[in-house]
Design a protein around this ligand. Structure first.
Ligand SMILES: C[S@@+](CC[C@H](N)C(=O)[O-])C[C@H]1O[C@@H](n2cnc3c(N)ncnc32)[C@H](O)[C@@H]1O
Length: 283
């Protein structure tokens, strides 16, 4: 069967999805699709396209889980049910870190990524600043999620040879008690679960609720407790990282009121009216 015939098949009502799947499975760009309409597609590839189309349109699986990758800051990262799918708004955090890094000297800088998920944050920061960090520590509480971050690390390792990377299974910053950080400049990125449970239950799309890991979004006892606990660890360990955090707009004010004596919060990026990227520094 030719691409043209598949595209004209009436059974596929969502043509945009079908086009994306054809491009993906035949490894052609969208620009080249129009000039490849006469290309033959093998039976085995048609079966893959049909299966993926059904998973997406009928089973309502997120496309990223079907294709096993997510595009983030122009890189492709492996993704599956073990981790939350990184969201476009989080790309603004990488931009904020890049702007901060451009003002510093590349000496003894250490990167922390807390709640690393599939690993997009620290990997993106290191890929954009390849010679800047001597070490990076990535902390994740859930072992199967950490295994996915490890797999992404293996993919990008050849491009990250300047940085010693440590993936640790840890409750937030608890791993700091076991390491030495003398004289280091610390940069911390964290996109911790911050969605109130009732928001998750009432306002989130069904395919997100049914397919992605709820603990990656929600902290159900108190929706800011992860950030509070992490700040307490920072005080206990006497470290002074410059932090880049993602949260909802109203949460910034809650934290500002609670921690005004010890932490300065600055909203650096806005996505939609509801999400903020916050730069936070210990006073
Ligand atoms: C919202 S996801 C963010 C994932 C990724 N950093 C991103 O921005 O796409 C939060 C991550 O924090 C992890 N997490 C939850 N509790 C944690 C804890 N106490 N310590 C470390 N990681 C935790 C979750 O398993 C999840 O992978």
């Amino acid at each position: 069967m030719k691409i043209q015939e598949l595209l004209q098949n009436q059974e596929y009502t969502q043509k945009r999805v079908l086009e994306n799947l054809i491009c993906y499975f035949l490894d052609i760009s969208r620009e080249n699709l129009r000039i490849s309409l006469d290309q033959d597609i093998e039976e085995s590839v048609i079966n893959k396209i049909t299966q993926a189309y059904d998973d997406f349109v009928v089973q309502k699986k997120p496309l990223e889980y079907i294709l096993w990758y997510v595009a983030f800051m122009r890189n492709k990262f492996k993704i599956d049910h073990r981790a939350l799918i990184p969201r476009p708004e989080t790309e603004y955090m990488i931009q904020a870190v890049n702007e901060h890094v451009s003002t510093l000297t590349p000496w003894n800088n250490i990167l922390f990524d807390i709640g690393t998920g599939c690993g997009v944050l620290w990997l993106s920061v290191l890929l954009h600043n390849p010679s800047f960090f001597t070490e990076a520590y990535l902390s994740e509480y859930v072992d199967y999620t950490l295994s996915l971050a490890q797999e992404n690390f293996e993919i990008f390792k050849p491009r990250l040879s300047k940085t010693k990377v440590n993936l640790v299974q840890s409750n937030l910053l608890n791993f700091v008690k076991d390491i030495s950080l003398s004289d280091s400049n610390l940069i911390l990125v964290a996109n911790l679960p911050y969605i109130p449970e009732n928001t998750f239950d009432q306002n989130v799309w069904e395919n997100v609720k049914n397919r992605e890991p709820k603990p990656a979004f929600v902290w159900w006892e108190d929706w800011l407790d992860y950030y509070r606990e992490m700040f307490q660890q920072i005080f206990d360990f006497w470290i002074k990282p410059t932090m880049f955090l993602e949260m909802m707009t109203r949460q910034v004010d809650v934290l500002r009121k609670e921690f005004w004596e010890k932490i300065k919060f600055q909203e650096t990026k806005t996505f939609h009216f509801n999400i903020r990227i916050v730069k936070a520094r210990i006073k």
